[in-house]
Design a protein around this ligand. Structure first.
Ligand code: NI
Length: 180
């Protein structure tokens, strides 16, 4: 496994629509392993393949392994999800506002509306289809990562963006999020 470089918005790959994954061979398996390692090292809670300059529809997401997650997710805390060709097939009408950050835009935060809950369909690392329901914080991370596959960044849809070292009313109100 290897840690890959995370690209910034000056690299056009971050703004491109990514291609569907069709080959689940050795190169793809290495990409998955590298992305998980890169996400954990960053540290981040999610990473999309375009962020490591690979224009493929692949995301990795992890639930943090801390006390709060253990309470909310039980044994699922610390679990890593790998989803190829993810599609949101159901989304709650209810939207929730929350603070996001992105590993490709270090030092910034933004306030973003997301669906409170979603149902996701995708392929696992072996190409087998599965579905997943996510709500709250986890649903937010998946939506953020899937946006990356269409070249969309949270700053495009945020109602407010601020720098880490900026003292704003929003920044004071909100907990510091993990980067995605
Ligand atoms: Ni991101």
């Amino acid at each position: 496994m290897a840690i890959r470089d995370i690209i910034k918005p000056d690299n056009p790959i971050l703004r491109k629509k990514a291609h569907k994954v069709t080959n689940f061979g050795a190169d793809f398996q290495k990409l998955v392993d590298d992305m998980v390692e890169t996400m954990i090292a960053a540290p981040g809670v999610g990473l999309a393949a375009p962020q490591v300059a690979i224009p493929q529809r692949l995301i990795v997401v992890r639930l943090p392994d801390d006390e709060d997650s253990k309470q909310e997710y039980g044994d699922q805390a610390g679990v890593v999800y790998v989803v190829a060709n993810p599609e949101i097939i159901k989304a709650s009408r209810e939207m929730v506002e929350g603070v996001e950050a992105c590993l490709s835009i270090p030092g910034y935060f933004g306030k973003v509306d997301r669906h409170e809950s979603i149902t996701l369909r995708g392929l696992d690392r072996n190409g087998k289809e599965f579905r997943l329901k996510a709500k709250g914080w986890q649903a937010r991370v998946f939506q953020h990562e899937i946006d990356h596959l269409d070249g969309r960044l949270y700053i495009d849809i945020a109602s407010e963006v601020w720098r880490e070292d900026e003292e704003t009313e929003s920044a004071e109100d909100q907990p510091v999020p993990s980067a995605e």
